[in-house]
Design a protein around this ligand. Structure first.
Ligand SMILES: Cc1cc2nc3c(=O)[nH]c(=O)nc-3n(C[C@H](O)[C@H](O)[C@H](O)COP(=O)(O)OP(=O)(O)OC[C@H]3O[C@@H](n4cnc5c(N)ncnc54)[C@H](O)[C@@H]3O)c2cc1C
Ligand code: FES
Ligand code: FES
Length: 1473
């Protein structure tokens, strides 16, 4: 194999290619020096190499010819769309210039002869360049994805986050050469869905290919690191590569909007996106004002950089400190760049070029094989496709594989013959013709977007209504990576009921050209093509050739609609395409032709035929609305348990969409001057489509420097490793030889007795090595973090879907999964409890979990007459999936044949892994070691639930004496590991007419699931936080943990606190509505004051809630904001704005006293460097960075002299899990203790000599035989709680904060966006304000997800269309965490100045969990907006709004004449709790 690296050299303006044979560099990250001309400023807009009117999209063979451009008026102009679409005609064959000759022998040769003839054309030589290195792809890998291949060859910077194209962690840049335009094209794609051979002939660049620490970071990497855009780092390479692909494919600097759009397919669970966008902002066309004039200032009076969030002077060269000047240096570095015409891209100083070999190479037909007899073809001629189809009628055509990839991975589909049609020229046509646009079926959605943009500029405005509608719809279709590869034909032929384009093809009157193996073309209207659920009018010997999208006529209007859970990169709940052609007849506008088609309401896109018939010939005016609504209701009938649920909402949407369409047409007529009755201004709000302006982030804090490092906003110490992909996570660790891979055998029943387990099929599965069940456990099968109430392997009865029954190990992960799927379990089903309500009714509680806290006398207060009013209500609080980007993963191996067990785990609690594994294997804990270097996010989900997978894997490893690796697929992870507890709160509140709270009686229930896990401490914290910040003289809070047949719910950021505070804010709102007052007034009136005794006996000290609140009120200008919202709402009937301010007080400490302890080991080496190990785990929160800052300041040495490598149970024993926000406090203190011990030992030496440097001093100490290693220890003083008396001091102190939010909702669809968020938090004197701000922003956005986006749907009584106990939302496709476009347009975070916290090291405060609850400001702002909508209909009363406030809940709460057709005004959408 020849390995070569291509370098582009600059030589006096000449570009030269040089090939370097360098096998040493071959390894995973070849790092050639890249040079290029540096003439133009970075960056640039997409190079558009295509001809104006005629486009044949690439990739394509070099000998393909250009197509005719026909541009003439439509002869069918006076024919109705319907007439045109129904006239099925025989289209002319493709002209000889564009279609290959017919396969004339077809039908006359025998099948075998045909195959032999065809075989001669095929090659099995497949090459790809990866990061400049040529690689020959061996035959036999057709089953592999590009991601698997990259990771197998050691390029582990590209991550597996979901495997379904939904998270972007696997983003790479692909480049291919278009022989027609002689340009290279660059695009981002998801490696997890790309079949390996689909990138044959391309150049793949991964994060390793653009820069590394040794040879220099790419400016993108550097900016991201410097701007604090990487926390856990797992998503980071994906973001880097999306940005990289955008820059490489743009000739001009992209706009900020383009940058935000290009990141919609990348998810980050840690940062809240703001720093990522700000980091990348520097690559955009700059608005210098943003950087110079409008920068807010910090306490020093120095401007805060909108890009980095740090004080800086970009645009103002004075006063730059070291870290900031380095960022500026980078931005300057990449400014001078060059554009390369051939490569079609812009370079920074060092870039990999497109390999000349690939440029010159003739594209060949490929025939390759894969595991299990898979045959993979890549024809380059249409006749080859037809030939193959004739030989293999059941062969699967693939383009982007974004559908087939999902079917094979998640739906167990198996296809033995795959035909990749990406290189067939005839399927890539994009032509403007008389009858419309002809779109080849393999045209990618991104290519279609580009083409439509041109068409819209070139054609008459009346012709392009359909084009505009398709283009607008494509904006909301998946993310960039998917659109770059997914094809038009793939979308059509999948025939998904929720396809975004199919309703539009139908409504626009598009026709499909279908080609059979004999080269006959037939045409069918799109509306006749979809026959049933994923069933289309295509015979096995036919393929879809192209789509013809007709031009529209004057007075013909087309509009698209889509409502999803999340606006960006989400599949539709309901979508629609609507078209109307109106003509003026005797002064009236009469409907000549109309088409209304809905997706997401039936197995196929559904035409509203009765409505269409009714409307045809009618006058287009308001008078038709009522009848149309009635008929639409008849046309679109959703059964009560229709798949997808949300029947009332989806039905309402169908009418809302039509209403919007009606107003849209009126508006169009209006602006064209044909409509005499103008559209009422307030109604315009129904038709304004959402377009997101560029967001602005502001961060305000003061720097309180302490020593060399504390107080400085330094970047995360691993950030450089993370942005280059060099940071290793558990799955990246090289596996020992002989490693086996594990997959779990999971229960498929919510509650059942296991009758028998049949493993015979599994045992004969390829690569199978072993199956382990409860009987194979050498130690104890019983486990649990608090009580041992769960089994590692279910032995007799399963109590939830997803419970582990066994573990299969095999030679590969895929083989293990396949074998595990073949284990057949017979069950006898038992009754299951599937909600809190059912549990309460059945008295199904975890034993000994009933708790109560009392202050004053609630009952007495209620009957005393002191309360002017008493209200009662119920709050249902939805759960939340952790969605850490790195799935659960453990590698476990035996040492000395099982005498010891070692493991590397992605966990927040290595010590728990050690304990669980020792317990299940019957080994002493001293022989079990668990190490964790870093984890790709945890948020509580890896505190206890990770340990059971490690325990299961260890059984296989121990029994077989072989290393075993277990990595959970995203869906398995989500369905088995438990979530944030859903809660039910029942309240009764007594208060005065002045708004003073007198009494609260609160019953709390949480959904514990099938084992106790941490549900009791979660409930206890909820009870402590049930007052939020309010003074409640009489309070009784009781709590109980429900046993349900769901996977055990567990810790999640906030640990029950947010749920209880959400309930508190609900009843406060309820009070305010009763009193007809603003909720914020009621809140202020009831704030707890200094010295207040909390309902659990703790004295409130050093409370800053009032200061935080007052500062926020000024900062957000609440009074003005309220006025402006009222003004907006008065002028807009269908869009409403709402605002809200929410306070929080979060108790810091573990509520179990014994857990408030921490250990650390500090070792000083003779070169003056320091190695710190402590019990905490780095999961992105910057713990190691802050702890290192503490150590550096203690020794008075630079931060760079301190290193933290990993967390390990053999360095620091019995560590408490990294949780409860207190890790910086306690591990910082433990490290300080160790440092102080060492300093004390060094002191006599230091005082004797004049040591110039720390290393000199250390060397001197060493010579004096001073022990330079110390174990530090810390216990949190003065905490403890007695549940018997219900009194004590569970918290050492409190972190306070408050948030303001302003949102805007679309009352007709339930869509919303956040306009402004302003947060003020008291974090004392922050150890690292940049990291703390990152925690606030990330926590807030996670909270936003909880309250407004993320809905878990379980198979329960409310969701009968889901199998009982199964989780429907088990992947990024159906479970939507916030994406980059969900963040507030104005996002301001300030730290309260001039405060300190004397109780904690360096006067700082804990930050991890407290900001999470502030996200609820979004929920209450939404509710405020809904109040305004309801007021339009005369409804002013209190109403329930459960979280998450999804479009369904928002729309159904905005009651109007449409919703009233489907539900009462009290309707409360279903929620799994
Ligand atoms: C993360 C993600 C997000 C998505 N978001 C959306 C979305 O927002 N809206 C939406 O509508 N869809 C969405 N999809 C679905 C999917 O991406 C689209 O349907 C896509 O257009 C499929 O194109 P493809 O080229 O990848 O199809 P492939 O997987 O390559 O093929 C799909 C099917 O089409 C058949 N096929 C392809 N070409 C032909 C042909 N010429 N003749 C006959 N049969 C053919 C294939 O045999 C196969 O059955 C999403 C998918 C993913 C993974
Ligand atoms: S791993 Fe590929 S998109 Fe998530
Ligand atoms: S930094 Fe983005 S997921 Fe952790």
């Amino acid at each position: 194999m020849i390995f070569s690296i291509f370098i582009l050299h600059r030589n006096r303006g000449m570009v030269k290619f040089r090939m370097i044979a360098d096998p040493c560099r071959l390894s995973s990250s070849p790092s050639p020096t890249w040079h290029t001309r540096t003439r133009h400023p970075y960056p640039h807009a997409r190079s558009d190499a295509h001809a104006c009117h005629v486009l044949r999209t690439s990739p394509r063979p070099e000998n393909s010819r250009s197509l005719l451009h026909l541009h003439s008026p439509d002869p069918n102009l006076h024919q109705t769309q319907q007439e045109r679409s129904s006239s099925i005609r025989s289209l002319p064959q493709p002209s000889s210039s564009r279609s290959p000759p017919r396969p004339s022998a077809m039908g006359s040769l025998t099948k075998a002869e045909e195959e032999t003839a065809a075989a001669e054309e095929w090659s099995d030589e497949a090459i790809v360049y990866v990061n400049g290195v040529r690689r020959v792809l061996p035959d036999g890998l057709a089953h592999l994805t590009l991601l698997q291949y990259l990771r197998d060859i050691g390029l582990r910077g590209t991550k597996l986050g979901c495997g379904e194209g939904g998270c972007g962690a696997c983003t790479v840049m692909a480049s291919c050469y278009d022989q027609t335009t002689k340009k290279t094209q660059h695009f981002a794609m998801n490696a997890c869905l790309a079949p390996l051979y689909s990138v044959e002939g391309m150049h793949i660049i991964t994060v390793e290919g653009i820069g590394n620490r040794q040879q220099g970071l790419h400016p993108i990497q550097e900016c991201l690191a410097m701007a604090h855009g990487s926390q856990c780092g797992f998503c980071t390479p994906g973001f880097v590569m999306s940005m990289y692909a955008l820059l490489r494919s743009s000739k001009q600097p992209p706009t900020e909007e383009q940058i935000e759009d290009s990141l919609a397919g990348n998810l980050c669970r840690c940062t809240g996106y703001r720093p990522i966008i700000d980091a990348f902002r520097v690559f955009s066309k700059r608005d210098d004002l943003l950087y110079i004039n409008s920068s807010p200032e910090n306490a020093d009076g120095r401007p805060i950089c909108p890009s980095t969030g740090k004080p800086c002077s970009c645009g103002n060269e004075k006063d730059i400190d070291a870290s900031e000047s380095s960022l500026l240096a980078h931005t300057k570095n990449y400014s001078p760049c060059s554009y390369n015409e051939i490569d079609g891209s812009v370079y920074s100083e060092k870039e990999l070029i497109f390999p000349p070999e690939l440029q010159l190479r003739k594209v060949r037909s490929l025939k390759l094989n894969g595991f299990n007899g898979i045959k993979w073809y890549r024809p380059v001629k249409l006749k080859q496709v037809l030939h193959l189809k004739a030989c293999h009628p059941n062969a699967k055509l693939i383009n982007g594989n974004s559908e087939v990839g999902i079917e094979t991975k998640f739906k167990n589909a198996q296809y033995s013959v795959l035909i990749s049609v990406t290189h067939v020229p005839e399927l890539h046509n994009l032509i403007m013709k008389e009858d419309g646009i002809h779109i080849g079926s393999s045209v990618s959605l991104a290519q279609l977007q580009n083409f439509l943009r041109k068409v819209i500029l070139e054609r008459d405005s009346h012709e392009i209504s359909s084009c505009e509608a398709v283009l607008r719809q494509l904006k909301w279709f998946a993310g960039t990576q998917i659109r770059n590869v997914a094809s038009v034909g793939g979308n059509i032929c999948t025939a998904s009921p929720i396809s975004d384009l199919n309703p539009l093809w139908m409504a626009t009157g598009a026709t499909f050209e279908i080609l059979d193996v004999n080269n006959n073309i037939r045409t069918t209207p799109a509306k006749d093509f979809f026959l049933g659920y994923r069933k289309v009018d295509l015979k096995p010997d036919e393929i879809l050739l192209s789509v013809i999208l007709p031009w529209t006529r004057p007075f013909e209007f087309v509009k698209e609609f889509k409502q999803a859970h999340r606006r960006e990169d989400d599949i539709a709940l309901v979508n629609a395409g609507m078209r109307v052609y109106i003509r003026k007849v005797e002064g009236d506008w009469i409907i000549s032709d109309v088409s209304i088609v809905y997706g997401g309401v039936a197995a196929v896109p559904l035409s509203a035929s009765k409505t269409e018939t009714f409307l045809t010939g009618k006058k287009w005016d308001y008078g038709l609305l009522d009848k149309t609504f009635d008929l639409l209701k008849e046309d679109i009938l959703l059964a009560e348990n229709a798949p997808g649920g949300m029947v009332e909402f989806r039905s309402s949407l169908t009418l809302s969409f039509f209403f919007k369409f009606f107003l849209h047409v009126n508006h169009e007529m209006n602006i064209k001057g044909f409509w005499k009755d103008g559209l009422p201004a307030a109604n315009l709000s129904a038709i304004e489509s959402y377009s997101r302006p560029v967001g602005v982030g502001t961060q305000c804090y003061e720097l309180v420097r302490q020593g060399t490092a504390v107080g400085q906003p330094v970047v995360h110490t691993s950030s450089m490793l993370q942005v280059t992909g060099e940071a290793e996570y558990t799955d990246d660790t090289p596996t020992p030889p002989n490693t086996l891979h594990a997959a779990l055998v999971l229960s498929t029943k919510a509650h059942a007795r296991i009758l028998c387990i049949d493993a015979s099929l599994a045992k004969s599965s390829p690569g199978f090595v072993g199956l382990f069940l409860s009987k194979d456990v050498p130690g104890s099968n019983h486990t649990g973090p608090v009580v041992h109430d769960e089994e590692v392997f279910a032995s007799d009865v399963v109590t939830c879907v997803g419970q582990i029954v066994g573990i299969v190990v095999a030679d590969t992960h895929d083989n293990a999964k396949a074998a595990a799927n073949k284990v057949n379990i017979e069950y006898a089903e038992l009754p299951a409890i599937l909600s809190i309500e059912e549990a309460v009714k059945a008295g199904s509680f975890h034993p000994n979990t009933k708790k109560c806290l009392v202050k004053g006398n609630v009952e007495e207060c209620f009957v005393s007459g002191a309360c002017d009013r008493i209200i009662e209500g119920e709050v249902r609080v939805g759960g939340q999936e952790h969605f850490y980007m790195e799935p659960q993963c453990t590698l476990v191996w035996p040492v000395d044949s099982g005498n010891e067990i070692h493991m590397i785990s992605s966990t927040q609690a290595p010590q728990k892994h050690q304990k669980y594994v020792a317990n299940v294997l019957g080994l002493p804990q001293s022989r079990v070691v668990c190490k964790t270097k870093r984890i790709g996010g945890g948020f509580g989900g890896k505190e206890t639930r990770s340990a059971i997978f490690a325990a299961a894997a260890s059984v296989a490893s121990y029994c077989l004496r072989r290393p075993v690796k277990i990595v959970l697929d995203r869906d398995v992870d989500m369905m088995t590991t438990g979530q944030r507890h859903s809660f039910l709160g029942k309240y009764k509140v007594g208060f005065t007419n002045d708004g003073k709270i007198l009494a609260l009686d609160l019953d709390l229930y949480n959904n514990g699931g099938n084992s106790l896990d941490l549900s009791l401490p979660v409930m206890e914290r909820a009870m402590f936080h049930s007052d939020n910040v309010y003074d409640i003289p009489n309070i009784k809070v009781s709590g109980q943990v429900c046993f349900t047949n769901f996977p055990s719910n567990t810790a999640f950021r906030g640990f029950g606190g947010p749920q209880a505070m959400l309930i508190a804010e609900n009843w406060i709102q309820h009070m305010a509505t009763e009193l007809k007052r603003c909720p914020e007034e009621i809140k202020e009136l009831n704030f707890q004051s200094e010295g207040y005794v909390l309902h659990y006996g703790q004295l409130l000290q050093n409370s800053t809630i009032r200061s935080v609140w007052d500062e926020l009120k000024v900062s957000c200008n609440f009074i003005e904001a309220r006025k402006s919202v009222i003004g907006f709402n008065n002028n807009n009937r269908w869009r409403k704005r709402g605002i809200s301010m929410v306070p929080t007080k979060f108790g810091i400490s573990f509520t179990s006293k014994f857990m408030n302890q921490a250990g650390a080991l500090v070792q000083v080496y003779t070169d003056g460097t320091v190695l710190v190990t402590h019990g905490g785990v780095e999961m992105g929160q910057g713990l190691h960075t802050k702890v290192a800052q503490v150590a550096a300041s203690s020794f008075n040495i630079p931060l760079s002299s301190v290193f933290i490598s990993e967390t390990s149970t053999d360095k620091v024993p019995n560590a408490t899990p990294t949780a409860a926000s207190a890790s910086s406090d306690i591990y910082g203190a433990a490290v300080l203790d160790a440092c102080q011990q060492i300093m004390a030992r060094m002191e006599p030496i230091a005082s004797r000599g004049n040591h110039k440097t720390f290393s000199e001093l250390v060397q001197a100490c060493y010579m004096e035989r001073i022990d330079l290693s110390a174990h530090g220890f810390y216990i949190t003083p003065d905490v403890g709680f007695d549940w018997v008396s219900g009194k004590g001091t569970p918290f050492y102190y409190f972190t306070y904060g408050a948030a303001f939010a302003e949102v805007e909702i679309d009352t007709l669809t339930g869509d919303f966006h956040t306009r402004t968020v302003d947060i003020v938090m008291d974090l004392g004197s922050s150890i690292n304000p940049a990291i703390d701000i990152g925690q606030i922003e990330g926590g807030f956005i996670q909270g936003l997800g909880w309250v407004a986006l993320e809905e878990l749907k379980w198979g329960d009584d409310n969701h009968k269309w889901i199998r009982p106990g199964h989780l429907f939302t088990c992947g990024p496709g159906s479970y939507k965490i916030p994406s980059v476009n969900d963040i507030p347009l104005n996002f301001k975070v300030s730290l309260l100045k001039g405060v300190s916290n004397p109780k904690v090291i360096h006067s700082s405060k804990a930050v991890g969990e407290p900001p999470f609850f502030l996200g609820s400001a979004i929920l209450f702002a939404i509710k405020d907006a809904i109040y305004a909508a309801r007021a339009e209909e005369g409804h002013f009363d209190w109403f329930s709004l459960d979280n998450p406030a999804t479009p369904e809940r928002i729309r159904m709460a905005c009651v109007d004449s449409i919703t009233k057709k489907f539900a009462t005004i009290y309707y409360r959408p279903k929620l799994s709790v």
